[in-house]
Design a protein around this ligand. Sequence first.
Ligand code: MN
Length: 330
Amino acid sequence: MFFVAPNYEACSVLISNPPPAVRALTMIGVPTDIGAGSRGASMGPEALRVAGLGPALQALGYDVEDAGNLIGPANPMLPPDNGYRHLTEVIAWNQTLHDAVYAELQRSRLPITLGGDHCLGMGSISAVARHCHHAGKPLRVLWLDAHTDFNTQALTPSGNLHGMPVACLCGQGPEPLTTLSGQNPALHPEWIRQIGIRSVDEGEKNLIADAGIEVYDMRTIDEIGMRSVMEAALADLTPHTHLHVSFDVDFLDPEIAPAVATSIPGGPTYREAQLCMEMIADTGCLGSLDIVELNPALDIRNKTAMLATELVQSLFGKSTLIRRTAQSRV
Ligand SMILES: [Mn+2]
């Protein structure tokens, strides 16, 4: 048995970590837990600010604007009505978020949605889809999550709309939510890559398979590793592709990120999550970001918010070294 050293001779010397096209970022706070089953994600935006997200991104050389918090209906904590909880309120929050995200994209700024629960993906990604449609840009959505979030009115055990954003974005759901982008569906399933998945409801499995969404579940990450998963998820991007990252904090292993209401064991480790973020940064295609489901009521000394901040820094190009291009690694 012998060790074969990597063939550095074959490496083409290119600068990696290319600067993202957009250097101006706007943080949009969306303090609501209207789509969740329990309260607390409404405190997410402030916890991220307290963890220093804005200054951390400024330190990387970005122009960072904090637009403050959007305003919307309170959480009445009602039971589901006809398969949906708080549908009217969820529509209101997402319409407001859609408009705010779209306005930032129009200003050529990169919107960072500070959630809030994951129902907010409907508003923010609808705005991104509208923007890409008008700009003629290809769109890819990376859905980092423990869950596929492809529930529907007929299947949902809870009626919580934070379990339905992917279905709604793919055209399955209440009409005011499926049409937010001006196109129905807002997303074609082939634009979506789901990573870190480890909890899918029975009926949801069929819907995901029927829709043809590419899912890299934890078993795939175990079998081929995060590097190969990210290479596959990021394959075939063009220099014009708009990359949207929907970062549900429950993507991470609960050992390192306890502050989520729907924690599922067996998620990516600290190192796997860092690699995931760094490989996204290497593409230079990041165009928008959502950070959702952070529930400070369940945190320990804000450590999950601080971890999210650290990972988002990597997503925006923070790296240990000036690296040679990712393509040169054999
Ligand atoms: Mn989610």
